[in-house]
Design a protein around this ligand. Structure first.
Ligand code: ZN
Length: 225
């Protein structure tokens, strides 16, 4: 007698249906929403997001409580300088650099992020002011001129009193493209436009450059033409 297997024996129950795109095990909502939130951060993929979420779940309570408190304070206690868009304390209109009468207001150093301001300030070799773009042009990530503080930079330069704009975007493809774009926009305004000297590693970040390299790049800056 032939052994007949009923086909129903191989039917997986509904909850274990492995059809593509169907989750067979749902994570609790609170974990899933943390993973989703972490995934939206730059440089964090689905794997890292899951790993971080489960780490926080296992860690002692103070780890997640400190993180939650820091996140809650982040927006509440900080603001952007209304002149250069560097980070400043909440409730202040201008940052320390813009506010200081000792700084040379005729030179503006354009950087991608506030961390770059910090890196340049650490060198102690720059006495001008800054303009923080809050990012870099990136067609791949859909970042265009209107997503950055470019209009505000043009307005600052158009108001007059600026002799030189130093383009200190990172020596990366996006950083170079952004510098080129800014030069084209700034030149008609009759201002001298310079770029940090080569010597910073290509693809590197200003914030990770050592102080001497950064100082050399700053003092060796060249006019863009
Ligand atoms: Zn400022």
């Amino acid at each position: 007698m032939m052994f007949q297997v009923s086909s129903s024996r191989f039917q997986v129950p509904g909850t274990w249906n492995l059809t593509l795109g169907t989750s067979f095990m749902l994570l609790p909502e609170s974990i899933q929403s943390l993973i989703n939130a972490l995934e939206r951060l730059p440089g964090i993929g689905p794997k890292s997001a899951s790993r971080l979420a489960f780490y926080l779940l296992r860690a002692t309570d103070d780890v997640s409580q400190d993180l939650a408190a820091a996140l809650a304070n982040l927006k509440a206690n900080t603001a952007f300088c209304q002149e250069c868009f560097n980070i400043t304390e909440a409730g202040r209109e201008l940052c320390d650099v813009c506010d200081s009468p000792k700084r040379d207001g005729s030179v503006i150093c354009v950087v991608e992020e506030s961390l770059d301001v910090l890196a340049l300030e650490r060198t102690g070799g720059y006495q001008g002011k800054y303009h923080v773009l809050q990012g870099v042009l990136s067609p791949i990530e859909g970042v265009g001129p209107d997503d950055l503080k470019i209009q505000q930079l043009m307005a600052r330069v158009a108001r007059g009193g600026i002799n030189e704009v130093i383009l200190a975007t990172n020596p990366s493809m996006e950083g170079d493209a952004t510098a080129l774009y800014l030069r084209q926009r700034l030149e008609p305004l009759g201002v001298k436009v310079t770029r940090l000297a080569r010597g910073l590693p290509m693809g590197g970040d200003l914030e990770y450059a050592d102080q001497n390299t950064l100082l050399r790049a700053l003092s060796g800056r060249q006019e863009m033409n």
